[in-house]
Design a protein around this ligand. Sequence first.
Ligand code: HEM
Length: 497
Amino acid sequence: MAYFNHPLLTSGVVAALIIVSASILYSKYKKWKTPVHGIPLVPGAHWLLGSVNFFLSSHDGTIKSLKTLGEVFCIFVPLGPVGVVGTTTEFIDAFKDRMLVTMSRTTQLTFSQFFKNGLIALEGEQWKKHVRVLGPMMSVSSLKQAVSSMVRAVDGLTLKWKTEVDPDKPLNVEGDIKNLALSIICDFLIGRDLSSAGGSCAHELTQHCEVLLTAVDKEVYENPLYKMIFGDRPPVRRARKYLWGLMQEVMSECREHPEKAERHAVGRIMAAVKAEAVTFTDQELLDEIVMMLFGGSDTTAVSLMWAFKALSAAPHVQSKLRSEIKEVLGPSPPTYDDVTQHMPYLDICFKEIMRVARTAPGCGRTLLTDYQLKGDTKAIVPKGATMMLGISGIHMNPRYWVDPELFWPERWEEGVGKGQGAMGLPITPAAWAPFGAGHRGCFGQRMATVEMKVLLVQLLRSFEFSPSGDPELDNWDMVERITTRPKNPYFKLRPLG
Ligand code: HEM
């Protein structure tokens, strides 16, 4: 035993352990940073930091790589295993195979810092439990109810714009549109109507939500290590505390008045937890609400701004939409059934808007087993690698879309002389994935669809949207953050009627 106490031997063992661990780590890291055989690597990949340039400009990066490298290419995921980006329907199909893929570990790691129990950060049984109790908030009855609150909120904005906006001057719509989307999601989630409540509660809630949402965006993009090392900054702590207090209030209201529980998502979740007889802590509920606040407001606001970009440059599409609105709705506000069943032109405009919008240029999954690509290379992507769906690339892939850059809703129409896919073939709706794909695709897709349609209907019947007239502003330049938004969301708004 005395041998083990010898100082030289102890230091030797420690040194050997360090060397072995370092070489294991190095070999694992090297494996992570080896492109998949047969698939080209996007230039500029850094062995330690990954394909940073690609991630900072995913939309342009995907489109450029599609043109120069082909439909499938490799990237290095920062601090993660090699990634394979695909811009074909094969990748959409792969995302739909639950035995093949799960949510990307990098995405989970990133978001779990902000909402540890939020859907996007969960896996396995825990994810399934959350989906079960969150499900009722996306039911038809819940969304039907949400439509009147959406109409109320957008009518508030319409009134503001009608009284304040100069039709001859371009308006930056970003702030107003973000507030609109936040107001809708707050009412939907916790029954607090920011648009009509007024007063300090609405103001405080808006401010705290903004602090939280900006922090997620800023820290993920600008300083990913800050949060890991130092935790929440003081304003974020205050925002969480405020929301926590508000949630406790909302939960007590639900317990005291169960009849009011159907008014918002928190109530529906509490009812589902009871019905399913599962354990669901207050912290789990809070994390989900913060996650939905984030996932459900910025995405919709940004998509709406892309919608204005497309529509302002297409006055003929606006006129056709207004005709349909007049014919189907007359002077009445839209209902859930109107926008989901009776407005076919609105539906194809929505699809085309989401195709050209850059909101979410891509999303990732971790491979659960080795996967052999079906293309020419038959390359084998190893288990553990990140499969990335290059959403922008699929939407701009000339294999599926004739003149992919063109905003042309009629391409979705069926019949001779109507819209068509590329090379004279019928359109491929399966090449449309703005909400991701498969079981880990967007949980809020149904709400987002209804919301975008309701807002478009109400705004288009009140205003004609046109470009600002300044070429510096009337382009599709982007700011890439967690969502990719227009850099210059300036438009002229001419009041109608
Ligand atoms: C136009 C609006 C929206 C777009 C473009 C959008 C897009 C997406 C995309 C692409 C994903 C997949 C992310 C990934 O795979 O890494 C996603 C996930 C998600 N979205 Fe949305 N989204 C929108 C609106 C909403 C709304 C309104 C909500 C909720 C109220 C929501 C909640 C979520 C959640 C919870 C997830 C994670 C699902 C999971 O991990 O199982 N989203 N969204």
